[in-house]
Each structure stands twice: as C-alpha cells, then as structure tokens.
Design a protein around this ligand. Structure first.
Ligand SMILES: Cc1ncc(C[n+]2csc(CCOP(=O)(O)OP(=O)(O)O)c2C)c(N)n1
Ligand code: SF4
Length: 301
C-alpha cells in the first residue's frame, strides 16, 4: 500500500476536503482492508447516484474493497449504470465509448507496461452485459484471443438498465421487458464458454450473495491477469428497476437466481492454476508475517 499516488501537489493541501484527509488516515491506501470491516474505514467509493437497493452497487463496492493494489489500479468503463459508481471512486477511471472498453483497456495496459516497467498496473474493465456481450462483443473476444493481461468484469443485470429495459444477449430467453414486449427470442449467451474457447486464464461466475467470495474472486482475477493473461468475472447484479424487484427483496432474488442458474463456478487454465497455487503457498509461508500484495494473496475475509 502506498500514499504516493494520491499525494497532493504542493500548495494544494489546504484546499482539499476532509474526505481526502480521511483517505490518508484510514483507507485501503494505508493498509489492506477486509470485506468484514466494511463500514469501519474510509471507503474509496462513498457516494453514487444508483437506484436504491441496486445489487450492482453492492457488487462494485465489494470489488473495490477487494482490489489488491488500489493505488495502482485503473478502471475502464463505459455507458451503462456501473460507470455512475466507478467514475466517483478514488481510483482512476477511463470512460471508453460504448463497446470500446476492451480495445481501450488493451492499449492502456500495454502503454502502462512501457511507462511503468517496475510497477505493474492493474487494469480492470467493468461494464454491463450490453456493453460487453452486444456492442463490445468483438472487442472483448479479440482482447481475449490476443491474451491481453487485464480483467474483464461483466456487471450482468441481464438487461440494458441505464436506457430503460432493452433486452441484451445476456437476457434469459422468453423474458419480457419494457422494450422487449414480445419476449426475448434466443438463449442467454454463454460468455463463460466463449471465454474458455478464447483461452482466458481465469473465468468465474458469481452472485453478490457472499461478499467474501466476491472479494476472493476479484483478487484471483486481478492477480492472475497481472502475471498470466486475460481473466473474466461474470457477476449477477440484478436490476431491481427493470425486473421490478422490490428493494427489500433484492438479496432474496440474488439467492434464488444463484440457486437456480447462477451458482458460483470458476475455471483456471493450467498455467493460471500453477501460478495461483504458488501464490497460496507463499501466503501460507508468510502467515504470521507481513504479506505483501505482490508476493502473496491478500486476505479476503
Ligand atoms: C454507441 C452508443 N450506443 C448507444 C448508447 C446508449 N446507451 C447508453 S447506456 C446503454 C445501455 C447500457 O446497458 P448495459 O451495457 O447492459 O449496462 P447497464 O446499464 O444495464 O448496467 C445504451 C444503449 C451509447 N451511449 N453509445
Ligand atoms: S437501473 Fe437497474 S442497474 Fe441501473 S442503477 Fe437502477 S437498479 Fe441498478
């Protein structure tokens, strides 16, 4: 952890708000945090304009707490609900045009690799199912074929939430939405299978029902992408507005959907598995000592 990347330019210190000083005092920039500690330290995202109860917000909040090195992380997002949160976090955010995220992230990751040869930067695309499986599909696939070393997180609410309810390739067959009144005519796309075919090193599907598991999944995806190759996390992040889920029932829905068709699953390529096992062995060795994010798996719980 390091405060270097958020150091104020000389002369500006007195103009920065209290929130900035809270970040310097007790945040992930000071020491790694566990999801079980959420609410007791200054989080890197605290304000956003998402709908009340939106599961995507909970997922993004957990994902940010899980970042192995937030001070060396850059998010790439695009049009869609998720960017409303991501663009307000204390982490650099690049806004790709709708569909362009994985092309932008490819160039960014390569450029950062040339500029910061001693400090690898973690690039994470986080965008909706429409952005990644529809308009951005070819760019997602080709970033995977090219083995670009960054993480793609699909915020899969199974609809175009931000524009009021069009079907996406990830919507379930038969689903009737405000702007799909006849029901969707074809099956939900198998992006997990396509990722495997394209040679993605680590692939996971997760629902936001277990914050520790979300955190552990994100950490695996980021650390494996840093060293081995592309990683993909597909997260069920229901849209309570377009699916008319009453706010108090959002987590009930997540649990039901998880049980019925969104069970946690993960896949490692052989190389990714070998690397992950090595990191876990290092972590066990360091237990009791000070584990560093670059040499060991951070604690998620
Ligand atoms: C090139 C382009 N086409 C269309 C839009 C309009 N647009 C903005 S958000 C959005 C849908 C977002 O859906 P999704 O990617 O699934 O994310 P969600 O809002 O559901 O999180 C669309 C079509 C745009 N901004 N740019
Ligand atoms: S429209 Fe849906 S996905 Fe977007 S913020 Fe609202 S509940 Fe969340």
């Amino acid at each position: 952890m390091s405060l270097d990347t958020i150091k104020a330019s000389p002369g500006f210190e007195k103009y920065l708000p209290q929130e900035y000083y809270d970040l310097l005092k007790d945040s992930q920039f000071v020491s790694p945090k566990k999801v079980s500690e959420m609410g007791s330290f200054k989080e890197l995202i605290e304000e956003h304009p998402m709908c009340a109860g939106c599961a995507m917000t909970l997922f993004i909040r957990t994902m940010i707490v899980a970042l192995p090195r937030p001070e060396h992380t850059i998010f790439v997002g695009t049009a869609g609900c998720g960017r409303l949160v991501l663009s307000q976090a204390a982490i650099p955010f690049v806004y790709g045009n709708y569909g362009d995220t994985n092309a932008v992230a490819s160039g960014l990751k390569r450029g950062l690799g040339i500029r910061f040869q001693d400090t690898p930067k973690d690039v994470i695309v986080a965008a909706g199912d429409g952005g990644l499986a529809d308009i951005g599909f070819s760019m997602v696939m080709h970033s995977w074929f090219r083995k670009e070393k960054f993480t793609t997180v699909m915020l899969d609410n199974e609809v175009y939430g931000n524009t009021g309810g069009q079907e996406s390739g990830m919507t379930q067959k038969g689903m009737v939405l405000k702007m799909a009144p006849h029901g969707k005519k074809f099956e939900k796309m198998d992006m997990m299978g396509l990722a495997k075919t394209a040679g993605v090193a680590y692939i996971a599907r997760v629902a936001p029902t277990n914050p520790n598991r979300v955190a552990a999944t994100i950490q695996k995806a980021v650390l494996i992408a840093r060293e081995i190759g592309p990683t993909y996390v597909q997260a069920y992040t229901s849209c309570n507005i377009e699916y008319a889920i009453p706010t108090p029932k959002v987590m009930d829905d997540a649990r039901e959907v998880e049980k019925a068709r969104y069970q946690f699953s993960e896949y490692f390529s052989d190389e990714a598995k070998e690397y992950w096992d090595k990191l876990e062995a290092e972590k066990r060795q360091l237990k009791g000592g000070a584990a560093t994010a670059s040499s060991a798996v951070p604690e998620a719980e």
